[in-house]
Design a protein around this ligand. Structure first.
Ligand SMILES: NC(=O)C1=CN([C@@H]2O[C@H](COP(=O)(O)OP(=O)(O)OC[C@H]3O[C@@H](n4cnc5c(N)ncnc54)[C@H](O)[C@@H]3O)[C@@H](O)[C@H]2O)[C@@H](O)CC1
Ligand SMILES: Nc1ncnc2c1ncn2[C@@H]1O[C@H](COP(=O)(O)OP(=O)(O)O)[C@@H](O)[C@H]1O
Ligand SMILES: [K+]
Length: 540
C-alpha cells in the first residue's frame, strides 16, 4: 500500500498530533518552515478549488491567535502574490510570535486588514477560517463567539483550515459555537473529532491535505497497531471479493443461520436474507415463524427456510432446526431483525451456543431485557452486537453517550461486553474488545430508513460465516495498518468492511436515484455492483 493510502487510514487525537509534530520539530524541521509548507499547500488547493467551482471574488481570511492563524496568513500572502483579491480580519489582541510576524508582513505588503468581522463580511465573497485549529482549549464566549455566529449567518462559502473553528479536536463537540464550513481541509492526519456524528453539520466536504509527515513518526507515536482507523477502500479491496478456491463446495463456503422475522415484521426477514445472499455465502438457512415460510421461499428460493413453532401473535416461540442439525453446524448465526420481544427463549438458547453470533435489533432488545451483557464475557465464541444509538443506550447505560463522544462510548461498550460492538450512525464506529476502533468515514443519510440495518446484518453475517469457514479470521489481534497482512483478517475488520460496503451501496443508489430513492429493498440490488467496481480498481 502506498503512503497516501496508509495515512488515509490513520486517525489521531490532538495530543497524538502534537506528539507527532513534536518529533518532526525535534528532528530539525523548523516550525516556521512547516507552517510555510502547509500554508502553501492550502493556498494551492484554494486556487484549484476556485478554478473548479464558481467561487470567485475577494477571499476574506479569518486569523486566530495561534498557528492556525499563522497558516491562514501564509495563505493570504500567497493568494495576494498570485493576484487574488484578499483581505484579513484578526480580531484578537495577542498572537503567537510566528503569527505576529506573518500578520505584520501581510499588512506591510498592502493586504487590507479589517478591524471587525462585520466589515470583512461586507467586503468578501468567500471566507478562509484560520481562527482555531487543534489548540482550542476552552469554550468560546464573548466577542469571538459573536463573530462566529455572524459568520455563520452570512451566506458566504467557508473553507476551514484543519478543523472548523470551535470544534473540539477529539470529541467533535462545538465548544460554545463553531464555524459551519462548506469545506474542511484537515492537515496532515485525520483528527478524531471530524469522524464524530455531531461534528458533521459543521464540516461540509472534508479532505486531507498531506504534508509529508514521515510514517516513522506516526508509527513511533501510535505504535504498530493504531487504536483508531478509518475504513477506507483499501481495507475493502484487501477483503472483497472474498477469495474462493477452485475446488470447494457449498458447506466450505460458510453456512449462515439467520433467525429473524415475525408476523408483525415479515419484511425484516426478507431484507436480512437478501443482504446475506449478496455476501456470496455458501449456504443460507433462515429460521422464521412457520406461517412466514411460503413468503420467504418465494423471495429467497436459494435459501433453506426453516419454519419454527410460533406464538399466538406470530413470533418464533422455539427454534426447531431440521432433523440431524444443531446450532454447532453453522459457521455463524445472526439473530434479531423483526423477531419481537416474544422470541426471548430462542435468543436465550442461541446465546448459550458456542458459535460466532451476531445480535441485532430485537436480539439486542432481548439482551437488554435479560440483563445478560455480563454473560457475554463468558462466551468462548465471538459475539458481534450491532446497535443504533437507542439500542446502545438500553444495552450499555454506563458506557457513555452514543450521540456524544461515540468513539469513546463504543470502545467502552466493547470492553464491557467482550464483544465487537458496531454502533450504527452517520459515521458507524466498530470497536474490538482489545481497544481498536474503526470508523466508516463515508455514508449517506439516504440510508436512514426502516430496514436498511436488516440488510447490514445479513450482509455481515454472510461475510463472517465465509471467513469463519475458511479459517481466515485472525485470533483476536488488532488489524495492523503498518504491517498489513492480507491472508488473515480480524472479525472487527470484517464487520467494518460490511459497514463500508453497505454505505457504498447507499451512496451508489443515491447517485442513481436521489436521496429519496434508497429504500432497503432497492439497497440490496446495489450491493454487488459495489464489489464489481472494486474488482476493476483492484486489477488496475
Ligand atoms: N506548528 C506548525 O507549524 C504547524 C501548525 N499547524 C497549524 O497549527 C494549528 C495549531 O496551532 P496552535 O497550537 O497555535 O493552536 P490554534 O491556532 O488552534 O489556537 C491556539 C491559540 O488560541 C488560543 N485559544 C485557545 N482557546 C481559546 C479560546 N476559547 N478563546 C480564545 N483564544 C483561545 C490559545 O491561547 C492559543 O494562542 C493547527 O490546527 C494547524 O492549523 C499545522 O499546520 C501543522 C504544522
Ligand atoms: N444519517 C445517516 N447517514 C448515514 N447512514 C445512516 C444514517 N442514519 C442511519 N444510517 C445507517 O442506516 C442503517 C440503519 O439501521 P437501523 O437503525 O438498524 O435501522 P432498521 O432497524 O430500520 O434496519 C445503519 O447502517 C446506519 O448506520
Ligand atoms: K480553523
Amino acid at each position: 500500500m502506498d503512503r497516501q493510502k496508509k495515512i488515509e487510514q490513520v486517525v489521531v487525537s490532538a495530543q497524538q498530533m502534537r506528539d507527532i509534530e513534536g518529533r518532526i520539530f525535534a528532528a530539525g524541521m523548523p516550525v516556521a518552515a512547516l507552517m510555510e509548507k502547509v500554508g502553501r499547500l492550502i493556498a494551492h488547493r484554494i486556487v484549484e478549488t476556485l478554478h473548479a467551482t464558481s467561487l470567485r471574488g475577494c477571499a476574506g481570511i479569518l486569523v486566530g491567535p495561534g498557528h492556525n492563524g499563522g497558516d491562514a496568513l501564509v495563505v493570504a500572502r500567497e493568494l495576494h502574490f498570485q493576484g487574488y483579491q484578499v483581505a484579513i480580519c484578526a480580531p484578537f489582541s495577542k498572537f503567537k510570535e510566528l503569527t505576529t510576524s506573518h500578520l505584520q508582513y501581510a499588512e506591510s505588503i498592502g493586504i487590507r486588514r479589517y478591524d471587525s468581522v462585520e466589515e470583512l463580511l461586507a467586503h468578501c465573497d468567500i471566507l478562509i477560517d484560520g481562527l482555531f485549529g487543534l489548540g482550542l482549549e476552552r469554550h468560546l464566549t464573548g466577542s469571538v463567539a459573536t463573530a462566529i455566529d455572524q459568520i455563520n449567518q452570512s451566506s458566504l462559502p467557508i473553507i476551514s483550515i484543519d478543523l472548523p473553528s470551535g470544534l473540539h479536536t477529539d470529541t467533535g463537540e462545538a465548544l460554545g459555537t463553531a464555524i459551519r464550513a462548506n469545506y474542511t481541509w484537515c492537515l496532515g492526519l485525520w483528527k478524531l473529532g471530524l469522524l464524530q456524528d455531531r461534528a458533521l453539520e459543521y464540516i461540509g466536504n472534508a479532505e486531507l491535505i498531506d504534508f509529508d509527515i514521515p510514517l516513522a513518526d506516526i508509527q513511533a507515536v501510535l505504535g504498530d497497531a493504531p487504536s483508531i482507523g478509518r475504513v477506507t477502500k483499501e481495507l475493502a479491496i484487501a477483503t472483497l471479493p472474498l477469495r474462493r478456491p477452485p475446488v470447494t463446495h457449498k458447506y466450505k463456503q460458510g453456512h449462515l443461520l439467520l433467525i429473524c422475522g415475525s408476523f408483525r415484521y415479515a419484511g425484516g426477514a426478507i431484507l436480512t436474507g437478501l443482504g446475506a445472499r449478496a455476501s456470496g455465502v455458501g449456504m443460507l438457512s433462515i429460521a422464521v415463524p412457520e406461517s412466514l415460510k411460503p413468503l420467504l421461499v418465494a423471495q429467497l428460493p436459494d435459501a433453506l427456510i426453516v419454519g419454527c413453532p410460533e406464538t399466538a401473535a406470530g413470533a418464533i416461540s422455539s427454534l426447531q432446526l431440521p432433523e440431524n442439525t444443531d446450532l454447532n453446524d453453522f459457521d455463524a448465526i445472526a439473530v434479531g431483525p423483526g423477531l419481537t420481544i416474544e422470541a426471548t427463549p430462542t435468543v436465550e438458547q442461541v446465546l448459550k451456543c458456542d458459535r460466532t453470533l451476531i445480535l441485532d435489533a430485537d436480539g439486542l432488545n432481548i439482551l437488554a431485557k435479560l440483563g445478560t451483557i455480563p454473560t457475554l464475557t463468558q462466551r468462548s465464541a465471538k459475539t458481534i452486537l450491532t446497535p443504533h444509538a437507542g439500542e446502545f443506550k438500553r444495552l450499555f447505560p454506563d458506557a457513555g453517550d452514543p450521540v456524544g463522544d461515540r468513539i469513546g462510548a463504543v470502545k467502552a461498550a466493547a470492553s464491557i461486553s467482550n464483544a465487537v460492538v458496531l454502533l450504527k450512525g452517520a459515521r458507524t464506529a466498530i470497536a474490538h474488545p482489545t481497544g481498536m476502533v474503526w470508523i466508516n468515514p463515508e455514508s449517506t443519510p439516504a440510508l436512514a430508513r426502516g430496514g436498511s440495518g436488516d440488510v447490514l446484518t445479513g450482509l455481515m453475517g454472510g461475510l463472517i460465516a465465509q471467513a469463519q469457514a475458511a479459517e481466515n479470521i485472525a485470533i483476536d489481534s488488532t488489524f495492523e495498518i503498518f504491517k498489513q497482512s492480507d491472508r488473515q483478517i480480524t472479525i472487527d475488520a470484517i464487520a467494518s468492511v460490511a459497514a463500508w460496503w453497505h454505505s457504498q451501496a447507499g451512496i451508489k443508489a443515491e447517485s442513481d436515484r436521489s436521496v429519496m430513492g434508497v429504500d432497503a429493498f432497492t439497497l440490496t440490488h446495489y450491493l454487488l455492483p459495489v464489489v464489481s467496481e472494486l474488482r476493476l480498481v483492484g486489477s488496475n
